[in-house]
Design a protein around this ligand. Structure first.
Ligand code: ADP
Length: 489
């Protein structure tokens, strides 16, 4: 575990919630436990706040927001830039805290800190461009002016798979436009959120503008969605919980954006550059040990090239070392919890039961615990659990197809629509597939699509709204139309 003394800056190891600039405990002193997935050992406890403390956090956020929205965009941008700089400066410490509570490989943990900082930077730059409009009028005595205003207090509920970046992606645009935020991080990874909060404070985020509440998800979620002072919910997590939260938000007709589960197809046509496709598979499937919502979940390869692709992929995957965050060379970390291991085991067993062949791995790693061997399976049929649900583990399940249209049809046969990938060297073939894929995002000849400049989000049951890019601002602003009349008098 990262004992605080292993950090260069021990004060980043925070185990209380930041509310209104104060580090608070639960009123009744109750806590939840955070463990290291590599060992199962407890790292720390954090407060288990109830609705009363969360209500207080919302109240202080509402008060703080009234002043924050009046701060100039330039000054809000400066604060976000400082926050990004501090994150970069403390990359190793935040990476170590994250790696220990999440288990991701060291380079990925540090990379995620930079990724989180990149959202703060991007939206710092967008702060000064969150313009309204002046529209040609419909009456000669009037002018049509559209103001873009912050929604007010925004709630963010974030997942454990990217403990820093998913907060950066929400808090960047929220603070840039003058909202205040109350964030509830996943219970598996609250320490990264609290380290971010400490750095935000140092960067000059005013008290109450960014608050972190930890504890049991259900009651906190209920308060965040039923309190009329909260005007917006941004949630990243499972479709199941997203559905519940959307229903809860319906009561107050709360503005909501949801980035939910995926079931990404990864299509390889027979003219594809197979080395590029393998490289893309390593990113799209094995990054974060397969625990991403944009993970390639159904790899569909043309039957003419499948053997070649599988040989190359197997060679590449067999070089991925399994280990804990700080083990040198580790590329595949432990899965987040025992339930995640059970799900991966169930998917592999079900696929094999339906005739799939294990080419590599296929079982728990010899280290035991939550470590799973990187796995390649061929002959994974469309009706298996692995093809219908997100596996969220380092398991590549491959199926074959004969013609392009069949591949795209099969790719679309899912209620999800987040990310998709397609490989071909023929631009016409590639483009037809891009247009045919019913997904919010397509990696065309690439497995790497995440960036603050791009609109991230899904269609169908994968969500609503977009995060990142210029469009990310829309989720935290409302348009106010002013008709200025009587100008001829
Ligand atoms: P995952 O399956 O990736 O853990 P979840 O959707 O269960 O995804 O969790 C994502 C986030 O939603 C976490 O912060 C979790 O604590 C929170 N969460 C889970 N259930 C609820 C709920 N009923 N209300 C509000 N938040 C919830």
């Amino acid at each position: 575990m990262p004992a605080p003394q292993q950090l260069k800056d021990e004060a980043l190891f925070r185990t209380a919630c930041l509310v209104g600039g104060d580090w608070i405990e639960a009123d009744d002193g109750s806590t939840i436990s955070v463990d290291d997935p590599a060992t199962g050992d407890e790292i720390a406890t954090v407060p288990s706040l109830g609705p009363v403390e969360v209500r207080r956090a919302i109240e202080v956020a509402a008060v703080a927001q009234r002043d924050w929205r009046r701060v100039t965009a330039r000054e809000r941008a400066r604060v976000l830039h400082r926050w990004a700089d501090l994150l970069t400066e403390h990359r190793d410490d935040v990476g170590l805290i994250m790696g220990t509570e999440h288990g991701k490989p060291w380079e990925e943990a540090k990379g995620e800190v930079d990724y989180a900082a990149s959202f703060l930077e991007w939206f710092a730059e967008e702060a000064g461009r969150a313009n309204g409009d002046v529209v040609p009028t419909f009456r000669s005595d009037s002018r049509v002016i559209v103001l873009r205003e912050p929604v007010g207090v925004a709630a963010g509920i974030t997942p454990w798979n990217f403990p820093a970046a998913m907060i950066g992606r929400k808090v960047g645009p929220a603070l840039a436009v003058g909202c205040a935020m109350v964030v509830k991080p996943a219970s598996q990874t609250p320490l990264t959120a609290l380290a971010l909060a400490e750095l935000g404070r140092r960067a000059g985020v005013p008290d109450g503008v960014f608050n972190v509440v930890t504890g049991k998800a259900g009651p906190i979620g209920e308060e965040l969605t039923s309190n009329p002072s909260v005007r917006k919910l941004s949630f990243t997590g499972s479709t199941e919980v997203g559905r519940t939260l959307m229903a809860q938000c319906a009561h107050h007709i709360m503005k909501v954006s949801l980035e939910l589960g995926g079931n990404a197809p990864f299509i390889v046509f027979d003219d594809a550059d197979l080395d590029a496709a393998v490289e893309g598979t390593l990113v799209a499937k094995f990054r974060n040990s397969g625990q991403t919502c944009i993970a390639a979940n159904r790899i569909l390869v043309h039957e003419r090239v499948v053997d070649d692709y599988v040989d190359r992929l197997t060679k590449a995957v067999s070089g991925l070392e399994v280990g804990a965050t700080t083990d040198p060379g580790a590329k595949i970390g432990p899965l987040i919890d025992d339930a995640a291991v059970d799900k991966v085991a169930r998917h592999v067993e079900d696929a094999v039961g339906h005739g799939a062949e294990v080419v590599l791995g296929g079982s728990a790693n010899e280290r035991g615990g939550r470590f799973w061997d990187p796995t390649v399976l061929v002959g994974v049929k469309a009706d298996t659990a692995m093809s219908c649900e997100e596996t969220f583990g380092p398991v590549a399940g491959i199926d074959t197809f004969r013609d392009d249209e069949q591949a795209v049809r099969q790719a679309n046969e899912t209620p999800y629509g987040l990310a998709s990938y397609v490989y071909s060297r023929d631009i016409g073939r590639l483009w037809r597939a891009v247009e045919g894929l019913e997904y919010g995002m397509v990696g065309a000849n690439t497995g790497f699509i995440s960036s603050p400049v791009a609109p991230f989000g899904g269609v169908k049951e994968s969500g609503l709204g977009r995060e990142g890019s210029v469009h990310g601002i829309d989720e935290y602003t409302e348009l106010k139309y002013v008709c200025l009349g009587g100008l001829d008098r």
